[in-house]
Design a protein around this ligand. Structure first.
Ligand SMILES: Cc1cc2nc3c(=O)[nH]c(=O)nc-3n(C[C@H](O)[C@H](O)[C@H](O)COP(=O)(O)OP(=O)(O)OC[C@H]3O[C@@H](n4cnc5c(N)ncnc54)[C@H](O)[C@@H]3O)c2cc1C
Length: 813
């Protein structure tokens, strides 16, 4: 056994083997895989082997498509049979809502170059005569669906990797991890130690335990999962003989089952409502090539529905039942990427669909390790999307919810109830008393909108406009016409201080740093010139700054900052989380409300747009910022949590004479559309450049910053190839629906781009949508755009200037 290697991958399931394969493909060959028993000994050996491209996140869907297409390549290269069957697949809709959902999935697939087709039930029945049509209203056919042999695939990856120089040590158990002062790792095994620059946790069922060896508690939980296999069926044999092909896969959302042909039998599995975690706290190390006892009572309701929907399967004899465990993250997507603050530690775990996703996970991780960038937008799989709030108990609650909803629609305005409320701010009860409808992000409750007194604070879930529409409209108009008041704590807040802070931040940020007492907007790029962060930065001293950004990135951004912090420096980087909370006051009368409560002059000449200073509001010390995301005259106030209730009551009282109204997150995110303001993870993501995203104003070439060379090269090459633009969308008056995000944009009948976000701008009375299109089309006067919304083509007009106040006079007033 080697005593040192560049990379040690822990885990010889389909995921670890894929990571090893992709590392060698990218040219890293001093790589080792450790498997405590034999390859596939965890969850991989008993997987049903099904694979498909459908995923709620289009970028993950694209990586699933990559995985499906990879198998032929590794089969050829390794000579190992992967048991590839690609008969295509049917997703069966039982309700109009599900049909809408499938239409939207198909539309997303269009700009990703995926081949999916909506078909009638007559066509579906012809493709798969086993189904009972009366239970369904329509179907989506996807040609990239099928199954593989998990054993064959895992070994094929390993053979290819070995052929390029990788080593695979089976019967070798990594029992501990220890990090040296220089950041490298000692991997302790029962066969000796290996010193490694990088460690990949691909521990599958034991990913939690491998994480714990490095002091990490990863949000991963294994669930029991059943499938059954029938005896050979005449109907299957006849179909194969008549058509010369296998039956397509089926996902039956109403039955909460999936089914496919296996030999001459049908394999049918379910995501049951009465589900069970397995080994909730610790996975036993003596579990090897093992299954779990059947618990058929728990899956009887789903089986009954499945047998009604596929009567021939119900009549067939059952050859075997399989119950095995496999792992999930709280939202069901993998946990991939570098671990914040832990150099050389990488995650490739919680991969619940290893045969659909393993290839994409291996590709992204290998790209990230070798080239410093995953090569695609993998936010939906990034391990950084969870923070410390995702404890064992949180994960347990969320995973069970997610498992039970595997085949359910999550509507774009739907807030799922498990593990809530967790984090609340001090004014939670005050806002609840005002009939807030709550949403949650990154563990924190935030008000979405405020329901009328006497009505239940609940939003109807829909793809169309919900019961929130009227209230969000009133909230938006209150801000634009008078004054609105809101909770603002759901931002990420960081403090950077200490000698060297200014020079360090300047080397990370595209914009020049602000003067003391001022705020500027800025971007942070990777060396490839892609946007890895977007912040407002306020300076409170020569070497003292606050940064404000998206709360969802509260691990993602610190991971970048900490990785770039100079060794032995005096710079202090702090994530403030809820030790600093916020309130926002916005609208033309906001200054009048606030001036009643402070001796600081708020006149523009004394406290101009983008000013940031410490002041008192009543008895409370706050950091006062003259800017808001609404694009109106307004203020953000940042304070210690013990002052928030006092300030809420004080400001609420002061606002009465101005007919002030509370507003929520829904109003805020639609108001920013009127100003063409983008938002992190929608318009600004690590796949876009600042020039593409129209962030030219925050690019200052008077200093060096990471990514500058790439931006200059892009400019030299003639500028960005695509551009972020705003559209006004002409919605269907019969069934008004605004864009959600990820809809394809057509120009003269061809798909040319995609929507990133949008919604109804209540004050301006228009439906708006932001999206990326080719730069040559992003010019005033280009006509012929359409956006596909729930299966309907809707005309769209370029809106290059903000619909409201293009000169910005309101916010500077
Ligand atoms: C009943 C059932 C049906 C399924 N059907 C499908 C399907 O149709 N399609 C699909 O895509 N997915 C399916 N899955 C899920 C699939 O099995 C998993 O997604 C996949 O196996 C995950 O692979 P992995 O490599 O992450 O984990 P694992 O297969 O669990 O591999 C982890 C490996 O790491 C090794 N290991 C762990 N810790 C150490 C250590 N400290 N030292 C050395 N070695 C270590 C283990 O021995 C193990 O071999 C199914 C799962 C079940 C249970």
């Amino acid at each position: 056994m080697k005593s040192s290697a560049r990379v040690v991958v822990i885990g010889g399931g389909v995921v670890g083997a894929s990571v090893l394969y992709h590392l060698t493909k990218e040219g890293w060959t001093d790589v080792v895989l450790l498997e405590r028993k034999q390859l596939t000994a965890g969850s991989t050996w008993h997987a049903a082997g099904g694979m498909h491209t459908l995923n709620g996140d289009p970028n993950v869907a694209r990586l699933q498509q990559y995985t499906v297409n990879l198998y032929k390549e590794i089969e050829k290269e390794s000579g190992q049979n992967c048991g590839i069957h690609l008969p295509g697949g049917l997703q069966l809709a039982d309700t109009p809502e599900r049909l809408d959902w499938l239409k939207m999935a198909q539309a997303r697939g269009r700009y990703l170059g995926m081949h999916m087709e909506m078909i009638s039930m007559k066509e579906a029945k012809e493709l798969n005569p086993l189904l009972e049509e009366k239970y369904f209203v329509g179907a989506l056919y996807d040609e990239d669906e099928g199954s593989v042999d998990p054993y064959g695939v895992t070994h094929a990856y390993a053979i290819c990797a070995r052929n390029r120089g990788a080593e695979v040590y089976t019967d070798t158990w990594a029992t501990d991890l220890s990090q040296r002062a220089d950041g490298t790792w000692d991997v302790i095994t029962d066969k000796g130690n290996i010193h490694a620059e990088h460690v990949v946790n691909a521990g599958g069922l034991w990913a939690r335990e491998v994480g714990r060896m490095a002091g990490l508690e990863l949000p991963v939980l294994a669930m029991e999962h059943h499938y059954l296999m029938t005896e050979p069926m005449d109907e299957v044999i006849e179909y194969n003989a008549k058509h010369g092909r296998e039956l397509p896969h089926m996902i039956d959302f109403a039955g909460e089952i999936y089914a496919r042909q296996e030999g001459q039998s049908i394999l049918l599995g379910t995501y049951e409502q009465d589900n069970r975690p397995w080994s909730a706290k610790e996975t036993p190390w003596d579990f090897v090539f093992q299954l779990l006892p059947h618990d058929l009572d728990r899956i009887s309701a789903e089986l009954e529905r499945g047998f009604a929907h596929f009567p021939a399967v119900g009549r067939a004899g059952i050859k075997k039942f399989v119950n095995g465990p496999f792992t999930f993250s709280p939202d069901g997507n993998p946990l991939v990427g570098p671990i914040k603050g832990m150099r050389g530690m990488w995650s490739a775990c919680a991969v619940m669909a290893g045969l659909s996703q393993g290839g994409g996970v291996g590709l992204s991780l290998a790209n990230w390790m070798v080239h410093g960038d995953p090569g695609a937008d993998i936010w939906a799989m990034d391990v950084a999307r969870y923070g410390d709030y995702a404890t064992l108990a949180y994960t347990n609650s969320k995973v069970r919810e997610n498992y039970s909803r595997r085949f359910r629609i999550t509507f774009p305005n739907e807030e799922l109830p498990a593990a809530r409320p967790l984090h609340t701010t001090p004014i939670y009860d005050r806002l609840t008393a005002h009939n807030a409808v709550w949403g949650a992000g990154f563990g924190l409750e935030h008000p979405l909108w405020f329901q009328d007194k006497g009505l239940e604070p609940k939003e109807d879930i829909t793809f169309y406009r919900s019961n929130a529409f009227k209230n969000v409209g009133e909230e938006s108009r209150a801000v634009r016409e008078r004054v609105g008041f809101s909770e603002a704590s759901n931002f990420a807040k960081y403090k950077v201080s200490g000698e060297g802070s200014a020079a360090w931040l300047q080397g990370l940020f595209t914009n020049a740093l602000p003067k003391i007492g001022r705020t500027v907007l800025t971007a942070m790029l990777n060396p490839q010139g892609k946007i890895v962060g977007e912040f407002s930065i306020s300076r409170i001293g020569d070497e003292e700054f606050f940064l404000f950004g998206s709360q969802a990135a509260e691990v993602h951004h610190p991971r970048w900052f900490l990785a770039h912090l100079p060794a032995n420096s005096k710079i202090r980087f702090e994530t403030l989380s809820l030790s600093m909370v916020g309130l926002t006051l916005a609208g033309p009368r906001s200054r009048d409300v606030l001036q009643k409560l402070t001796d600081t002059s708020l006149a523009t000449k004394d406290f101009p747009f983008m000013a940031f200073r410490k002041t008192n509001i009543g008895m409370a010390p706050v950091w006062l910022s003259r800017m808001t995301y609404t694009g109106d005259l307004g203020y953000e106030m940042w304070m210690a949590p013990e002052y928030q209730r006092y300030l809420f009551d004080l400001i609420w009282e002061a606002g009465r004479e101005f007919d002030m109204r509370l507003f929520g997150f829904r109003a805020l995110i639609t108001m920013r559309l009127e100003k063409n303001f983008g938002t992190w993870f929608r318009e600004y993501r690590p796949i876009y450049t600042p020039l593409e995203a129209g962030m030219d104003r925050v690019l200052k070439f008077d200093h060096d910053f990471i990514g500058r060379e790439a931006v200059e090269a892009e400019m030299k090459a003639g500028g960005p190839k695509r551009k972020l633009v705003m559209f006004q969308v002409d919605v269907d008056p019969q069934a008004p629906a605004d864009v959600i995000g990820d809809e394809p944009v057509f120009h003269d009948g061809k798909v040319v781009g995609w929507i990133t976000s949008g919604g109804y701008a209540h004050y301006s009375g228009v439906s708006l949508a932001l999206g990326y299109i080719p730069a040559e089309l992003a010019v005033e006067g280009t006509k012929g755009f359409e956006v596909e919304i729930i299966g309907k083509m809707r005309p769209a007009t370029l809106q290059l200037e903000p619909v409201l106040d293009p000169s910005g006079s309101r916010m500077r007033a």
